[in-house]
Design a protein around this ligand. Structure first.
Ligand SMILES: O=C(O)CCC(=O)C(=O)O
Ligand SMILES: [Fe+2]
Length: 430
């Protein structure tokens, strides 16, 4: 039990303490002195022991009495202090900006519980399958219906489970590194000026691992880590591969992102005080209601012990347009700092249904990451689904999962890369 971990008299606490002392026996304190403030914060929140102190973590759900049951269910809670956030309107549907990170906006509980369940079905059953690439495609010949639907089918047929075959057996070149977390690669920021050279850079598919064995869907579902949305993202170079066509972004997800952006009074976010952040650039927020059009993104699937290291998303040509990030399932600690890892990041507790918008020049270039998924925080409205079937398997999966739908705008609305990049032929567009 998680609550035990907070109780020094419990067996769980004593066990975690023993493990901690064993693991840190040979730790060199000199190494810790070299950590950047961002790295130090990541380490603090990642720690299994002692459980991290969340008293400096912004938890906007505490301001909403309707979220009591959700907060009560998990033992984790943050805090709200004057100055950490400022509300841009009054109830209902309060929107908050974070003064320390101009352009960062939080819409707590923007997605209603019923719609959250709908998005989870979408992410697992409709989206994480071809033509959308997932991390599992590199190494496995996945069934065309996708790993999740095959898992559901297997659970329904009481016979032999499907065996998903690895790709390496038939592949000429193989990689011996096992699949792991997202790698850090230094990429050139995308811009109209760098678009042609980015497009010319070879984007080889990542070779499948040579050591992977056949596996059942039940074994693979917890290994699902991401599924691509829209423009094809090449992880090896951390650039979009425009030659593969724009891909599709489903209308309800697109609408949700557009509604989130439209619900913010951007004049308040980028008021006088923050207009200087745009430097020489023309502040484009005035026209976002018309020009914001998401065309790419990623669905991240986190299991309880997964983390996302500090990074900047800078592969989009639209370097200031809103990035809309939707949290579902277990809550997480989200850290966001500045343009280097030397800035101390702001810790924010994101719960299911919360939407974060990262926008403007500073915030879109700010280091951010997810050092911790908070176990035991799946909200009660995922226990059952009055509207649909098979929810039990979704609910079981969500007990150990956080899903983040991270939606971006790569190109200005109406921009046609076929006219700018010589290697992109109109026929390649799907
Ligand atoms: O999971 C999150 O909240 C953030 C994900 C993220 O930063 C990304 O996908 O680039
Ligand atoms: Fe990101």
């Amino acid at each position: 039990m998680l609550s035990d971990l907070h109780d020094p008299a419990s067996q769980a606490y004593k066990k975690a303490r023993r493990q901690y002392l064993k693991a840190t026996k040979h730790r060199d304190p000199a190494l810790e002195a070299d950590w950047t403030p961002f790295r130090a914060a990541e380490k603090r929140f990642k720690a299994r022991f002692p459980p991290p102190d969340l008293s400096n973590v912004l938890d906007l759900a505490l301001l909403d009495p309707a979220r009591g049951p959700e907060i009560e269910r998990g033992t984790w809670r943050g805090a709200v202090q004057p100055g950490w956030s400022s509300s841009l309107n009054t109830e209902p549907g309060t929107v908050y900006s974070i003064p320390r990170v101009p352009g960062l906006v939080i819409l707590p509980n923007f997605v209603a519980p019923r719609h959250q369940r709908h998005l989870i079905r979408w992410a697992l059953s409709d989206h994480a399958k071809l033509p959308n690439e997932t991390n599992l495609d590199t190494h496995y010949h996945l069934p065309p219906s996708g790993i999740w639907n095959t898992y559901l089918d297997d659970k329904g047929n009481l016979g032999q489970p499907t065996m998903v075959q690895p790709k390496a057996i038939s592949a000429a070149s193989v990689d011996t590194t096992p699949p792991g977390p997202r790698q850090l690669i230094n990429n050139v920021p995308a811009s109209p000026a760098t678009l042609q050279s980015i497009s010319n850079e070879p984007k080889e598919p990542q070779p499948p691992s040579a050591t992977i064995q056949p596996a059942t869907p039940e074994e693979l579902v917890p290994k699902l880590r991401w599924a691509n949305i829209g423009w094809f993202y090449h992880w090896g170079t951390k650039q979009y591969d425009f030659t593969q066509g724009p891909g599709h972004i489903r209308d309800d997800v697109r609408r949700l992102c557009k509604d989130a952006v439209a619900s913010v009074d951007w004049a308040q976010v980028f008021d006088e005080e923050h207009s200087a952040d745009w430097g020489e650039q023309e502040p484009d927020w005035r026209s976002w209601k018309e020009t914001y059009e998401p065309d790419a993104g990623i669905v991240n699937f986190y299991q309880i012990k997964d983390t996302l290291m500090a990074h900047v998303d800078r592969s989009e040509v639209c370097a200031t347009s809103p990035l809309v990030s939707i949290s579902l399932g277990n809550a997480a600690i989200f850290l966001i700092g500045g343009v280097t890892r030397d800035e101390d990041p702001v810790p924010i507790l994101l719960r299911s249904g919360d939407v974060v918008i990262m926008s403007g020049p500073g915030c879109r270039r700010a280091y951010h990451g997810v050092p911790r998924i908070l176990e035991g925080t799946m909200p009660p409205h995922f226990d059952s689904d009055p509207d649909g079937e098979e929810w039990k398997l979704y609910s079981d999966y969500m007990h150990s999962t956080r899903i983040n739908v991270n939606v971006r705008q790569v190109f200005p609305k109406g921009f046609d890369p076929t006219t700018t990049i010589s290697s992109v032929s109109p026929s390649a567009q799907g």
